[in-house]
Design a protein around this ligand. Sequence first.
Ligand code: HEC
Ligand code: HEC
Ligand code: HEC
Ligand code: HEC
Length: 438
Amino acid sequence: MAVDITPCVTRPAASVRRGLGLGAALLSILLLAAESGDPPAAIPEPILHARPALTRVEVAAGEEQRLSIAVTSPVDARLIAITTDCRCVSAVTATPIDLTAGTSTPIELRAVGVLPGVKTVTLRTTAGTTRVQVQVVTTGMGTGAQVLSSTLARARAESATVWFIVHDLRGEIRNCGCSAGSLGGIDLLAALPDHCATLDKDLPTRFVLSGDVDGARAGVGAALAQAGWSLGDPGVVVTADPESALAAPGVIAVIPTTAVAVEHARLVRPLLSGGMIAEVLLVTSDGRISESISLPIDATLPARPGILAAFREPLSSTIDDTVQPCRSCASCHVAAHRVWSTSAHARAWASLKPSDHTDACVSCHSEPASPEATAQDTKKTIAPNVQCASCHQGSGAHAASGGRVRTGGTRDCRTCHDARHHPGFNPIAAWAMIAHGK
Ligand code: HEC
Ligand code: HEC
Ligand code: HEC
Ligand code: HEC
């Protein structure tokens, strides 16, 4: 019988060899974030790399901060794309750009103070792919629910019309992580018009989507249009020439597509696109903008049920909820099994909605059901919940030998409780909550 059942593999050897030169704490963050990273072991120097491997930026709520990294390729190459797993970190430097062998090329990034956590920046080049992490430290901007209720109260006091504007949604469904403060997507946007009407049915509101609404997911715009958003509005102008647009009559908001020097209340500079925030303008009866607010679209706002089902993301594994791997341990480890079965790990699957049964979500909330499954298998069967073997590596062989073969040690809690999915995770306090033994 094959042995190791760990779904996620960390690779200390490869990363240390590359000489990241960081403290142990940072290193472990990096290892976690590198989960699905580049190939392990024996990477010959020189290699394609970007430095620093981890940058920490402190950003005030809603503000932005520039940071710079440098990418070096061993051969002449072209940097094709810079992507991030959170729209709160984005590239300022335009791609593609050419990389000269052995010479470091500076890349400018922008971080916005919305959601704290470690974000991954992926640089795709013709010589391969490399990644860096950006740790965004921010107090954020308050929750969506708080910001929305204070905004509506203000609009009511001023008899203002409330314009909600989201630019370049690009079909985004979910953005970052899964903790309660995380950002949602179209299910939250879709609920917003009805929710506002419930909170204040007499308040005049406008919901406008501009730019690219669908991205790679056809139908997002249509679904949101059904929920009360309009796809474009003559009052909302997207332009490379904001100054003349600002002077035009009837224009409520101008979204510049180029960097602009002018300051103007009608100028909406989406700090983030992708549905993570909606820009909110309060327009008074005389046409003045009395307030411009960024509304975080997060899980504190209600979601419209069902809408995500039409845009389901892929799940490459098969779910088998009849398999209960921990049962095979229970006969010999009665006490441990009892503790586990009352812990959050035994309920981790129930936290996922059916629409969350995607490759991006199941990994930490389930366990490969067959011991033969490896991280490389594309079509594997998974058992719901965080099982004994999710932590006790090599416990399949241990159980099969009746306990004679020792297990392969426990997995680092932070492979799942990482900065993104569990900010502020305290391993000692957490262990106290699940402590178990024989
Ligand atoms: C890297 C591992 C990991 C991945 C991937 C992951 N989760 Fe989680 N999830 C966790 C951990 C750890 C917790 C416990 C966090 C806590 O107690 O604050 C958790 C908790 C949750 C909870 C319950 C508590 C809460 O914070 O609301 C929900 C719901 C959830 N995850 C949904 C998701 C969804 C949806 C996805 C996919 C977008 C996902 N998870 C992907 C590790 C992960
Ligand atoms: C395979 C991924 C994984 C590993 C490894 C893991 N956890 Fe978890 N843990 C989760 C998920 C997912 C949840 C959220 C369960 C839920 O509520 O849906 C969670 C929840 C918890 C909770 C409950 C959190 C709360 O606030 O109620 C504690 C405590 C916890 N884990 C401790 C640990 C400790 C200690 C370790 C290491 C010994 C560890 N976990 C390793 C995935 C993991
Ligand atoms: C969230 C991760 C996690 C899960 C899930 C988990 N364990 Fe553990 N387990 C640990 C850690 C960490 C220790 C402490 C290891 C140590 O002291 O070296 C431990 C300790 C143990 C021990 C005691 C080892 C000793 O030397 O005394 C046994 C037995 C055990 N676990 C069995 C189980 C069984 C059976 C299950 C499932 C019913 C389970 N564990 C689920 C993380 C986990
Ligand atoms: C046939 C009985 C049996 C089964 C089944 C069994 N164990 Fe054990 N296990 C033992 C014995 C015996 C020991 C060593 C004596 C002791 O310290 O209790 C042990 C020790 C352990 C330890 C601590 C020592 C080590 O090797 O790390 C862990 C952890 C553990 N078992 C986890 C598990 C898990 C997880 C499963 C299920 C996949 C499992 N066991 C299934 C009998 C069993």
